[in-house]
Design a protein. Structure first.
Length: 346
C-alpha cells in the first residue's frame, strides 16, 4: 500500500530533460512539455551569485557590464561548466515544481551518442545535484527517433539525423537498439560561427552570435532556392571601429555555411556506408528522418536528398522530437526502460 501511495505521489513529477547546447526543454509526466528556455546562465563573477537563467540570461549575452557574465554551460552537447549546469538544472526543476519545493523527481536526461563515460557521469551527477532522486540517461538519436514516431522496435532499419545546437547525431536504429551511429560536434553553433568568420574575412565586419543566428534564420540555406533574398547586416567595422551596414545575398551565406553543411552530409554518408546491407535497403525504402533545430535550415533536406539519393522527411516537431521521445520513455517507463543506456538510483 505504501509503495502504491509513493508511486502515486511521484506520478506527475517525473521529468524528461533535453539538456541542449542551445535550449533546454523539460517534459513532465502527464503534462507534456512545460518549459523551453535557452541554456544560458548569467552570474556575478565576483560573488558567483546567479542573476538570471534562460531567456532572461540570453538577452544579456554581449550586453553585460564587466562584473556580470552570461555563459552557456554546455558546449558541443556536453557539460563544460559543471557547477553552472547543476545550477541551471536546479533552477529549471524548481520552475516546474514551484509548489512542491521538496519534490525529488526521477529524471530522464538526453546525451549525445558519442559521449564519453566521464561526460556521462558529469550529466548524472549534475542531475542528482539539481534535486533528482534518480537519473536515467538516453542517447539523443534514440530519443529523437521515439519522438518522431519511428517504429524503433521493429526489425527494420530506421535512420535519424538530429541536428542540434552543438552536435549532429546520425543513427540507424533497429529492434530497439542503435546499430550504427555517428556523433559530430557540428550543429547550429558552428553554422553561426561560419557566418561570423565569413563576414569578418570578406567585409572586415565584426558580428555578435545573436546577429549571426538571425542571418542564418532569415537568409541561410544549404541548397539553391527559388527565391534568394538579400539581408542587411549591421556590425562593427574592424578597421575604423565604427558601426557599419552591409548587404549580403543568400548565395554568399550559403557559401559561408558550406563547410559545416558538408560535414553533416559526410556524416550521413559515412553512417550509411557502415550500415548492414539489409538495413541500408530499408533506409532506401523508408527514407531518412531529419530532426533538431538545425534540420530547419532551408534546403538541407533537398541537399541531403541530392547527395544520397534517399527521400528525406522532416519530423513533425523537429525542435521538440528529443524531449517528446524522452517524455514517452517516462509515460511508458517499463516498456521503454531498455532503450536507456544507464541509470543512477538514489
Amino acid at each position: 500500500m505504501a509503495s502504491a501511495l509513493s508511486s502515486l505521489q511521484f506520478l506527475g513529477r517525473d521529468m524528461a530533460v533535453d539538456l541542449g547546447t542551445a535550449n533546454t526543454l523539460v517534459y513532465v509526466r502527464g503534462r507534456g512539455i512545460v518549459l523551453d528556455e535557452p541554456s544560458v546562465i548569467a552570474k556575478n563573477v565576483h560573488t558567483g551569485a546567479i542573476l538570471a537563467v534562460g531567456a532572461e540570461a540570453k538577452r544579456m549575452i554581449g550586453r553585460t557590464p564587466t562584473h556580470i557574465q552570461a555563459v552557456r554551460p554546455l558546449r558541443d552537447g556536453v557539460i563544460s561548466e559543471f557547477e553552472d549546469t547543476a545550477q541551471m538544472l536546479r533552477y529549471f526543476i524548481q520552475q516546474v515544481h514551484r509548489r512542491t519545493f521538496l519534490a525529488k523527481p526521477r529524471v530522464v536526461v538526453c546525451v549525445p551518442s558519442g559521449i564519453t563515460g566521464v561526460e556521462q557521469r558529469a550529466v548524472e551527477e549534475a542531475t542528482i545535484q539539481a534535486g533528482a532522486r534518480a537519473a536515467y540517461i538516453i542517447e539523443e538519436p534514440m530519443a529523437a527517433a521515439i519522438g518522431a514516431g519511428m517504429p524503433i522496435h521493429e526489425p527494420t532499419g530506421n535512420m535519424i539525423v538530429d541536428i542540434g545546437g552543438g552536435t549532429t547525431e546520425v543513427a540507424v536504429i533497429s529492434l530497439g537498439g542503435i546499430v550504427t551511429s555517428m556523433s559530430i560536434r557540428v550543429g547550429g553553433d558552428e553554422l553561426d560561427e561560419a557566418i561570423i568568420s565569413y563576414i569578418r574575412k570578406e567585409y572586415s565586419l565584426l558580428l555578435g552570435d545573436r546577429t549571426a543566428e538571425q542571418i542564418k534564420l532569415s537568409v541561410g540555406s544549404a541548397f539553391p532556392q527559388p527565391e534568394e533574398p538579400m539581408a542587411e547586416i549591421r556590425g562593427r567595422d574592424q578597421v575604423s571601429g565604427l558601426p557599419k551596414t552591409i548587404l549580403v545575398s543568400s548565395e554568399e551565406i550559403r557559401r559561408a555555411l558550406e563547410e559545416p553543411v558538408n560535414a553533416i552530409v559526410e556524416a550521413v554518408k559515412d553512417t550509411l556506408d557502415k550500415t548492414p546491407p539489409e538495413l541500408a535497403a530499408d533506409v532506401m525504402d523508408r527514407g531518412i528522418v531529419l530532426t533538431g533545430g538545425g534540420g530547419l535550415l532551408r534546403g538541407l533536406d533537398e541537399r541531403l536528398k541530392h547527395e544520397t539519393g534517399i527521400p528525406i522527411h522532416l519530423a513533425e516537431n523537429p525542435l521538440a522530437s528529443v524531449v517528446l521521445g524522452s517524455g514517452k520513455c517516462l509515460e511508458e517507463f517499463e516498456t521503454l526502460k531498455k532503450v536507456m543506456i544507464s541509470s543512477t538510483r538514489r
